[in-house]
Design a binder for this molecule. Structure first.
Ligand code: XMP
Length: 524
């Protein structure tokens, strides 16, 4: 969307919150720290390690946290930071590698002591300190380091130590500089959250105002400021992100919002009705329900190659959306459900292309909309919490992910109405049984796949020659990797017997026990 404006409602909405910057010295650590800060009701923002002190000042943070990271301060490719960051005038907390970097940069000594510490470690608090003052003198912390700070820089006092880390924590109160060798952000450091809160509330003077209620209030205010009295459109898929974004914009500008729900005929049973019921009937949103099944199925007729299916669906979606949007010529704004992790990761992803994922919200390059992205500062769990606060039903807020191309990539080979009906019937049994067993929220995804083959069976006295159905259920944190779910046998049995009894075109059920990698979650 090259023509789109950089300005977004989400961005503008965070201006009133106290903000802590988390300098990313190793992605997996930074994200967790950022989330812990937000759980303490303080807005956190992850920034790259090459951020300059001037750029930091421009963001007006009340504190800075340097994350852990995989490097050693002495390795050739050690990550450095602008040393002026320590002079910005706001408190700084270095964690693990960040602690070592702080010590190294300010004249302390970091050494490979030969006694690396990994895992649970006993920590002794030494003397008086800001970070530990309400915590017990001896506690378990989680360590993961080879190098250690052996001498703190001038002006710092050592506030805690362990057997392998003489300077396991240090602080320079006057300058507001703090370092801890362990990881307070992980659950294995039982008092870690309190320590982080002490940094936020005591050292930085943070106000705990980043609550779901205030996120909504500020966001609504910012959306109103951006949109004024103009019209805004939103491509609604029924997924949690576009639904929460639409509900927020609806709260802000009411009838100025027009949602476009493109039903491509590749949805699961009852899905279109649910979107209608939620948005038209409950939220009274202006909803344009485009029934485009014929158009999609015609475009897909005879297509069996997975990548071709995805491309055709993506393109057809765009054409349908364009046709509808063209009639709304006085609508300069477009809502997108972009999330914070999308922003953090954009530009850093260079993973090989496995599948050309089509985001059904994805739109043509030449559309001249200004984007409204009310979720661009939120993690997924915050989006869900905001959705709940806005009154969206649990079926939408806690929905398992469903791919944009829908059932088309779960039907191997040709997509026909008949095969869609078979899969829909089997798929809804799978989901019913998953829900009945209380597994829905535990599973990342659970669904059926219809392969091209047929197999022989026997039913009553007769031979059958019908399709098998594959059940796929996975656990995952982020869909980058996934494991096949250990669904109890009795639940699998209930699914299998119901599918075979209730869907006449199916005479056999199999369970997919492949993890990702080497398989992927979807079959195509
Ligand atoms: P795979 O199959 O690559 O899927 O392991 C990872 C996650 O992405 C979803 N998925 C898609 N989502 N458009 C989407 O919006 C797509 O084209 C698409 N393909 C896969 C999939 O359901 C899983 O959650």
């Amino acid at each position: 969307m090259s023509a789109a404006s950089e300005v977004s409602a989400g961005q503008a909405s965070t201006g009133d919150f106290d903000r802590v910057l988390v300098v990313d010295l190793g992605a997996q650590y930074a994200q967790l720290i950022a989330r812990r800060v937000r759980e303490a009701h303080v807005l956190s923002e992850i920034v790259p390690r090459d951020i300059t002190a001037e750029e930091v000042k421009a963001r007006k943070p009340i504190g800075i946290i340097l994350s852990g990271g995989p490097a050693s301060v002495y390795s050739d490719n050690a990550y450095g930071i602008d040393s002026e960051l320590f002079e910005v005038g706001v408190p700084v907390l270095g964690i693990c590698y960040g602690h070592q970097l702080l010590a190294h940069s300010l004249g302390g000594t970091v050494e490979r002591t030969g006694s690396a510490e990994y895992g649970k470690t006993a920590l002794d608090v030494v003397g008086d300190s800001v970070l530990f003052s309400s915590l017990p003198p001896r506690q378990d912390v989680w360590m993961s380091h080879g190098d250690a700070v052996v001498a703190a820089p001038d002006g710092f006092s050592v506030t805690a130590s362990t057997a392998g880390s003489p300077v396991a924590a240090m602080e320079n109160r006057e300058k507001g500089l703090f370092g801890v060798q362990f990881h307070p952000e992980v659950i294995h450091t039982p008092r870690g959250t309190e320590l982080l809160q002490r940094f936020l509330y005591e050292a930085c003077g943070a106000r705990p105002t980043w609550t779901h209620h205030s996120i909504i209030e500020k966001s609504v205010e910012a959306i109103r400021g951006q949109i004024g009295d103009q019209k805004v459109i939103c491509g609604l898929s029924g997924g949690v992100d576009s639904s929460v974004a639409a509900a927020l914009v609806q709260k802000a500008v009411g009838s100025q919002l027009i949602c476009i729900f493109v039903d491509h005929g590749l949805l699961r049973s009852g899905e279109a009705e649910q979107v209608e019921a939620t948005f038209r009937d409950t939220f009274h949103v202006n909803l344009i329900h485009v029934k485009a099944e014929d158009r999609f199925l015609e475009a897909l007729a005879g297509v069996t190659d997975p990548e071709s299916k995805r491309k055709i669906i993506g393109e057809t979606f765009i054409r349908v959306f364009e046709d509808v949007a063209a009639e709304l010529t006085d609508t300069p704004f477009l809502v997108q459900g972009t999330l914070y992790p999308d922003i953090i990761e954009s530009g850093t992803k260079d993973a090989a292309k496995i599948k050309s994922h089509h985001n059904v919200g994805g739109l043509p390059e030449d559309m001249q909309f200004e984007l409204v992205e009310p979720l661009r500062d939120l993690f997924k769990d915050e989006v869900r919490a905001v959705g709940e606060e806005l009154g969206l039903p649990p079926e939408i807020v806690w929905r398992q992910p469903f791919p944009g191309p829908g059932l088309a990539i779960r039907i191997i080979g040709d997509i026909t109405r008949e095969r869609l009906d078979i899969l829909r019937a089997a798929d809804s049994i799978i989901l019913e049984e998953v829900r009945r067993a209380g597994l829905y929220n535990e599973l990342w995804q659970s669904f059926g796949v219809l392969p091209l083959i047929k197999t022989v069976g026997v039913q009553g006295d007769g031979r059958t020659y019908a399709h098998p159905l594959i059940i796929r259920a996975v656990t995952s944190d982020d869909a980058m990797t996934a494991d096949w779910a250990r669904v109890p046998y009795d639940v699998l049995e209930a699914m299998s017997s119901r599918i075979i009894n209730e869907v006449p075109e199916i005479n056999r059920v199999a369970y997919d026990i492949s993890s990702k990698p080497p398989a992927t979650i979807e079959w195509e």
